[in-house]
Design a protein around this ligand. Structure first.
Ligand code: DGL
Length: 280
């Protein structure tokens, strides 16, 4: 009896999801869609965004603090909904944490390796993710015969954080970054930063219909569902009406975050709370 109850509370425990800011919402909304019974605690590090231009040491310190914060909610698993934190801190988090940690890079690499037909894959991401060569490493493990072209696009994250999703400035900057990828005949492009799916239509328009865009969020949510199912941790009960199924925390400017989140997620996020992440 006790074991059944323990298992039920483990299944009911929320999933912790984090990113440097609003980008992880692209992963959040995919989890919401694919496993709608789950409770989620989301943390966006809006005080310290962007991560992509910071050192491995700094990003790892941030990620550790966030995991400590999320664990105060007894989360059953952590989703690192940030490529930069996945590239820099995943190994450390896995070593230090006794619950499963899911990243976004492995799922994205897997999708791209399966999708390419001509063996030429582009990756756009932050300076940190590109510099770490993590996509190249994972994709090469799956398929040695592909060539990977990485391009850092540092200005795209601040543009997305400012809500300039359909804007001539974003269009112009994206064109400058993507120009060199157009000339080298890639057939697959990984959106290797969780902020980029929010400007997917701009990127798609520039790259043209011959290039398939890979959003790692889809495969991340699928792998998360599989992992939870294998561990018998999927929440099989629909969440209680009026309960706190989704909770949002940020390290700064909660109202700005809520406005943005409501513009891209049709769920109707009522509130987000600002906390001092340096205390964790
Ligand atoms: N959204 C994050 C990523 O996937 C971080 C972007 C940033 O803060 O620079 O890399």
């Amino acid at each position: 009896m006790e074991t059944t109850q323990n298992n039920q509370s483990a299944k009911n425990a929320p999933i912790g999801v984090f990113d440097s800011g609003v980008g992880g919402l692209t992963v959040f909304r995919e989890i919401m869609r694919q496993i709608p019974n789950e409770r989620i605690v989301y943390f966006g590090d809006t005080a310290r965004v962007p991560y992509g231009c910071k050192s491995q040491e700094t990003v790892t310190r941030y990620a550790r603090q966030i995991v400590r914060f999320l664990r105060t909610f007894q989360v059953k698993t952590i989703v690192v909904a940030c490529n930069t934190a996945s590239a820099y801190a995943l190994d450390t988090l896995e070593q230090e944490t006794d619950i499963p940690v899911i990243d976004v890079v492995k799922p994205g690499a897997k999708m791209a390796a399966e999708m390419t037909r001509n063996g030429r894959i582009g990756v756009i991401a932050t300076e940190a993710t590109i510099g770490s060569q993590i996509y190249t490493e994972y994709i090469k493990k799956l398929n040695k015969n592909v060539t990977i072209y990485g391009k850092a696009c540092p200005l795209l994250v601040p543009l997305v954080e400012e809500g300039l999703l359909e804007d001539p400035v974003t269009d112009e900057i994206a064109r400058r970054y993507l120009g060199e990828l157009i000339d080298i005949d890639i057939d697959t492009l990984i959106l290797g930063c969780t902020h980029y799916p929010l400007i997917r239509s701009t990127i798609g328009r520039i790259m043209g219909t011959g290039v398939t865009l890979v959003n790692p969020a889809y495969e991340t949510a699928r792998e998360l569902r599989e992992m939870l199912s294998a561990k018998d941790l999927l929440n099989d009960e629909p969440p209680a009406l009026g309960g706190n199924q989704y909770r949002f925390f940020v390290s700064d400017k909660a109202e700005k975050f809520v406005r943005f989140a409501n513009s891209i997620i049709k769920y109707g996020i009522l509130s987000a709370k600002s906390i001092n992440i340096e205390e964790y």
